[in-house]
Design a binder for this molecule. Structure first.
Ligand code: GDP
Ligand code: GDP
Length: 435
């Protein structure tokens, strides 16, 4: 499970500034993928090697003019699911009534809370912080989010409060393929899961879960084993109580994290909403192989189909690598083919790449297009080796690699992807300077 850190605090204390600072790698990602917009509410932060999910709850509430109930529900879920609450106050403004009100709410959650006093740049921080001891939330961490000051200390404090890390199980190719079915409510996730499992399968399940937990369903098909990660709560719904599952962004992200292949369903009648685009951006960030299932294809006329395809090309330009696959979960068309696609994508995501092959591809790429000169010396890229799987990571060693322009990095990334015949998975190319 990705640990969840929730940022709370009244408007203007600097939550989104801190969020941006913590999720900086996303900025690079956004720059790398034209058309990808930042999600200002959910992001990943890496402390050491442990990725965490950070949620700016203020962003969610502020955006909702007149406060939409959907947005408020997501704030509630984020608070319920948080492992650690980071409660931010403004050192310059001092303690306010709304700070006290938020403190009271936070205390009721009975979760680990870290008090953060922000904007301590250029003022006497210890004096400024004094006020906030009245909140009885312990020693505040003094931070200047806009400069990153105090953030390492904050992350240390967060880290100390997180649940212990589970050892990571390396996926090997003989294991189950983990498939997450993700998408907004009503796009057809449960219908698809029923299809994938086969209609006659008796589904019994009555373990209560939190809104963060998905259901893991192992199944077999043609001698191959899979685990379906169900974010829709389909099995729970089949119970007498018929509890309709709450949609939870955090749950979707947790499922994505656990998957080898993500089937992201959209309702082809509705197209791609902003929320879809943001979730898909996070699939990209997690580096998962991705099938975009265009569901309810049965209901569309020929001209509508053309329109939907065009719309998707434009909206999802940043997901050029993903497979787009029209299906009808209800009638079953396209569903059998999904398994083939899943296997192809899985093989790409888990590919083994040898150092000689990667180095040869690197040589070809640099011969076709030399890296630029920097400080009168040409950037040299010498060799490449594999740094990971799911997603495939290529590590390129050379000189002055810090100075490589984004355009050249993008060129190399595309070159590797093409030459390695990867389909449906993003690939990461990282650079290390040896001199
Ligand atoms: P939010 O409403 O809590 O998300 O607050 P923002 O992140 O939008 O910040 C509100 C204002 O405070 C902006 O003008 C920021 O530039 C400013 N701000 C944020 N962090 C700092 C800081 O560490 N020092 C100073 N001086 N200003 C900051
Ligand atoms: P979920 O909330 O994402 O799990 O969505 P459901 O599986 O509960 O489906 C929502 C509604 O869409 C139900 O009424 C389904 O019958 C309908 N539906 C699902 N798949 C299809 C499809 O391929 N075509 C059509 N026409 N309707 C579908």
């Amino acid at each position: 499970m990705l640990p969840v850190i929730a940022l709370v605090g009244r408007p203007n204390v600097g939550k989104s500034t801190l969020f941006n600072y913590l999720t900086r790698s996303r900025e690079a990602l956004v720059a790398d993928f034209p058309g990808l917009t930042r999600d200002r509410q959910y992001g990943r932060v890496k402390h050491g090697n442990r990725p965490c999910l950070v949620v700016d709850t203020g962003g969610i509430a502020d955006d909702a003019q007149g406060i939409e109930s959907v947005a408020r529900e997501q704030v509630q879920i984020a608070l319920e699911e948080a492992d650690v609450i980071v409660f931010m106050v403004d050192a310059r403004e001092g303690l306010s009534a709304s700070d006290r009100a938020i403190a009271a709410t936070v205390r009721k959650l009975a979760k680990p809370v870290i008090l953060v006093t922000n904007k301590v740049d250029g003022i006497d921080a210890s004096v400024a912080a004094f006020d906030f001891y009245a909140l009885a939330l312990g020693e505040p961490v003094l931070v200047a989010a806009s400069h990153g000051r105090g953030v390492p200390e904050l992350l240390e404090r967060v880290n100390a409060l997180l649940p212990p890390e589970q050892p990571i199980v390396e996926h090997d190719s003989k294991r189950d393929i983990a498939i997450a079915v993700v998408g907004r409510p009503n796009v057809g996730k449960s219908t698809l899961i029923n299809r994938l499992l086969g209609e006659d399968r008796v589904i019994v399940y009555d373990e209560p879960g939190t809104t963060r937990d998905s259901i893991y369903i192992p199944f077999e098909r043609n001698g191959k084993t899979y685990t379906l990660i169900d974010t829709a709560g389909m099995r729970r719904r089949s119970k007498v109580s018929e509890v309709i599952e709450k949609f939870s962004v955090i749950k979707s992200l947790q499922a994505i994290e656990k998957a080898n292949v993500v089937i992201y369903l959209v309702d082809a009648n509705e197209g791609i909403t902003d929320q879809d685009a943001h979730l898909l951006g996070l699939v990209l960030e997690a580096g998962r192989a991705l099938i975009i299932g265009l569901n309810k294809w049965d209901g569309l006329s020929q001209s509508q189909k053309e329109t939907v395809k065009r719309h998707i090309e434009i909206k999802l330009a940043f997901l050029e690598f993903a497979e787009k696959h029209p299906i009808s979960a209800l009638h079953g068309s396209g569903v059998g083919k999904l398994f083939e696609v899943v296997h192809t994508l899985y093989d790409s995501a888990m590919v083994d790449m040898s150092t000689p092959v990667l180095t040869r591809i690197l040589k070809e790429a640099t011969t076709e297009h030399q890296p630029p000169m920097v400080h009168m010396r040409r950037i040299k890229l010498k060799y490449a080796h594999q740094g990971g799987r799911n997603p495939p990571v290529v590590i390129v060693h050379g000189t002055q690699t810090d100075a490589l322009p984004i355009s050249y990095k993008r060129y190399l990334t595309n070159y590797f992807r093409t030459k390695l015949h990867l389909s449906g998975t993003p690939i990461r190319v990282e650079f290390k300077s040896t001199a």
